[in-house]
Design a protein around this ligand. Structure first.
Ligand code: HEC
Length: 128
């Protein structure tokens, strides 16, 4: 009986740690944006940094946290942290809320939002 209890306890704790660890990970497959759907930095990507209630720029504003994601500054701030054409090897892509952001942001981007950023980087990360 005692041994069973111990197993249950250790198992439960393990499961808890496991779920915390995976909290920040994208659990769903990141979909590809169809090639005929254009992705514009100005119209599709920048707005993701300023969503109502999920606003990156409350922290990423040039003082609290880097990179500066405010409008007009974000492109220059992130272009050096990514590999145009290769999102998977881009530090910026691999640190998004919902994709291993280094600290708790208080929210995550959705898989669809992450897919847009991935598509934009994979297509060359243009300032378009
Ligand atoms: C609650 C504050 C907060 C929010 C909100 C937040 N971040 Fe962060 N973010 C940080 C901190 C702190 C770091 C660590 C780097 C630093 O201190 O400069 C960080 C790091 C990052 C990094 C890695 C930068 C590097 O040089 O390693 C990226 C990329 C990033 N955030 C993107 C985002 C995006 C995109 C959003 C919104 C969708 C967001 N963050 C929302 C606080 C925040």
């Amino acid at each position: 009986m005692k041994k069973q209890l111990k197993t249950l306890l250790v198992g439960g704790l393990g499961l808890l740690c496991f779920s915390c660890y995976y909290d920040q990970e994208v659990e769903e497959e990141i979909p590809d944006i169809p090639v005929d759907v254009p992705i514009s930095f100005r119209d599709d990507i920048q707005p993701l940094f300023m969503l109502e209630g999920r606003d990156c720029t409350t922290c990423h504003n040039g003082t609290v946290a880097n990179p500066d994601l405010t409008e007009g500054n974000s492109y220059d701030a992130i272009i050096g942290t990514l590999v145009p054409g290769d999102a998977e090897n881009s530090a910026f892509f691999n640190a998004l809320p919902g994709n291993n952001h280094p600290v708790g942001a208080g929210f995550s981007l959705t898989v669809e939002e992450i897919a847009l950023i991935k598509g934009w980087i994979d297509r060359g990360a243009e300032n378009n």
